[in-house]
Design a protein around this ligand. Structure first.
Ligand code: TYM
Length: 341
């Protein structure tokens, strides 16, 4: 099933829906960076997913490039990873259709993210939003991915991809060898669920209408300072991680620990007598310092569209070869007419 290398394969992606935030970075992209050396890594910008909710056609292509530039700015090395745009490889849509026909509707009706997002959309829910997890399954299964590093919120979608591959394709159609590889999620112990700045019990999300609920990777120091100043706090003194009544304190400590590289327990000791005002200042400084190198690398790349397009072209070439091979295998095993036979 594999290409030229014996390395295990990774596939993941982010939607180009507006600015990426620190949840996307700490929950997913930083894990890709940590894994890229030891794995054969495919990273897509999932623009077909980005049109499952209302979007602006004037922004889609710009956001796609900006998302790819952020992958590199966060530390993804395009020399060892294939970075590509999902809509450029038609095998994604084609496998999605085949999987659509194999997946029972009642499996889809259980998807939590669809339920949550469709509430936000009111009367405007598209079939595409319902189908989102099957397109995601196609993304993963096309690459025979061993691992899929994602945040906690994608666990259910990963389980669906596994179930479709195992129960609906392999169990029904395989003759000798399994047709599809069963992927495993990689969800980090720390950072896999970064919470909103306005409500420590709600996930930080791109679709939250309140900009102040998240820190975007490209926020200026002034905006970061303003957002953290306004972030929800509580009336306790000192920072704590395990007090269930203090989700905001827990969330900011987690983020601070990830950014500073210090253990949560060490920070709890250090900050046990520190009030919110002082903590927010230290926290803001850390955030600005951690995002600065990403923002600098981003500026260089986004101002060099030639280089960026070259990265995406090379990524596409490598990804497409793998994707087309898997699609042919699936179509052949599922009984489609083949010209060469
Ligand atoms: P997206 O763009 O919504 O999220 C991209 C990645 O960021 C993670 N994430 C978070 N992690 C921690 N805390 C948060 N608050 C937070 N918010 C988002 C997500 O878990 C995700 O890993 N459906 C995928 C996109 C996708 C995909 C794929 C992923 C499409 N096809 C194939 C992997 C493999 C998503 O959630 O995008």
């Amino acid at each position: 099933m594999k290409g030229m290398t014996n390395k295990k394969r990774i596939l993941s992606g982010v939607q180009p829906t507006g600015d990426l935030h620190i949840g996307n970075w700490l929950g997913a992209i930083s894990n890709w960076v940590a894994l890229q050396e030891k794995h054969e890594t495919f990273l897509c910008v999932v623009d077909l997913h980005a049109i499952t909710t209302e979007y602006d056609p004037k922004q889609l292509s710009k956001n796609t490039l900006s998302t790819a530039a952020l992958y590199v700015a966060c530390g993804i090395d395009p020399k060892i990873c294939s970075i590509f745009v999902q809509s450029q490889i038609s095998a994604h849509s084609e496998l999605c259709w085949i999987l659509n026909c194999m997946t029972p509707i009642n499996w889809m009706e259980r998807m939590i993210q669809f339920k949550e997002k469709s509430v936000q959309q009111g009367n405007n829910v598209s079939i595409g939003l319902f189908d989102y997890p099957i397109l995601m399954a196609a993304d993963i299964l096309l690459y025979d991915a061993d691992y899929v590093p994602v945040g906690e919120d994608q666990k259910q979608h990963l389980e669906l991809a596994r179930d479709i591959a195992q129960q609906r394709i392999n169990a029904k159609f395989s003759k000798v060898e399994n047709i599809l590889k069963i992927p495993q999620p990689i969800i980090m112990k720390k950072g896999s669920k970064i919470m909103s700045l306005n409500d420590g019990s709600k996930k930080m999300s791109k679709s939250d209408i309140n900009e102040g609920s998240r820190i975007n990777l490209l926020d200026t120091p002034e905006i970061i300072t303003k957002k953290i100043k306004r972030a929800k706090s509580d009336s306790y003194m000192g920072m704590e991680f395990n007090n269930p009544e203090r989700p905001e304190s827990r969330n900011l400590l987690m983020i601070y620990s990830l950014l500073s590289g210090k253990e949560v327990s060490e920070l709890e000791n250090e900050l046990s007598q520190t009030g919110w005002g002082t903590f927010k200042k230290i926290f803001t400084e850390q955030l600005i310092e951690s995002l600065q190198p990403i923002q600098e690398r981003y500026q260089v790349l986004i101002n060099d569209p030639y280089e960026l397009k070259k990265i995406l072209f090379e990524g596409k070439e490598k990804a497409e070869a793998v994707a087309n091979k898997t699609l042919s295998r699936v179509k052949s095993e599922l009984g489609f007419f083949e010209m060469e036979k």
